[in-house]
Each structure stands twice: as C-alpha cells, then as structure tokens.
Write a protein that binds this ligand. Structure first.
Ligand SMILES: [Zn+2]
Length: 93
C-alpha cells in the first residue's frame, strides 16, 4: 500500500515557498476532469504527500463537482524535498 501523509494548506505553502504563486496560478486551475474532458480548477481539495515526496491534491472539479486529482512531482525538486522533510519532521513532534 502506498503511504500518504496529509498536509495542511499552510504546510503546503511552506513547501512551495517562493513558488506559491506558481502553484496557485498554474497548478490549481490546471487539473484535468475526466467528466468534463477538459482542464478545470480543482476545489475543496485535500493535500497529501506520498513516499516519493510528490504532493497529491484530491478534490473536486469546479465545473461539475466530480472527483479530480492532481499529482505534482515535487519529489523531483531537491529544494521542495528538503522542505517536505522538514515539514514532516515537525509534524511528528
Ligand atoms: Zn468536471
């Protein structure tokens, strides 16, 4: 089974750091909805990080309300991985 750890929005903000605007402008409105068959905005999303340090959003399509997931490959960026590890360490305290 895949291991996923839930994150809060403020933890996610810490992880993205100065790229937070990119996240808000380029990730959130760029999720593919399989019902609408087009790129939509994700709403009401839960945030998790998996064991590859990739951040996953699980939410709903802003248009039709069906489930939409967005996978971000933060695990490929050393800067993000460093901050993810820090956030997870602090979480355990
Ligand atoms: Zn939709």
């Amino acid at each position: 089974m895949k291991k996923e750890t839930p994150l809060t929005l403020s933890q996610l903000k810490t992880i993205w750091g100065k790229d937070w605007d990119f996240f808000v402008e380029k990730i959130i409105p760029n999720c593919f909805c399989h019902t609408c068959k087009e790129v939509v905005t994700i709403v009401d999303f839960k945030i998790a990080v998996n064991d590859l340090n990739d951040v996953i959003l699980e939410g709903k399509c802003a248009v039709c309300g069906d489930p939409v997931n967005r996978y971000t490959e933060t695990g490929e960026n050393e800067e993000y991985v460093g901050r993810i590890k820090k956030v997870l360490r602090e979480k355990k305290k």
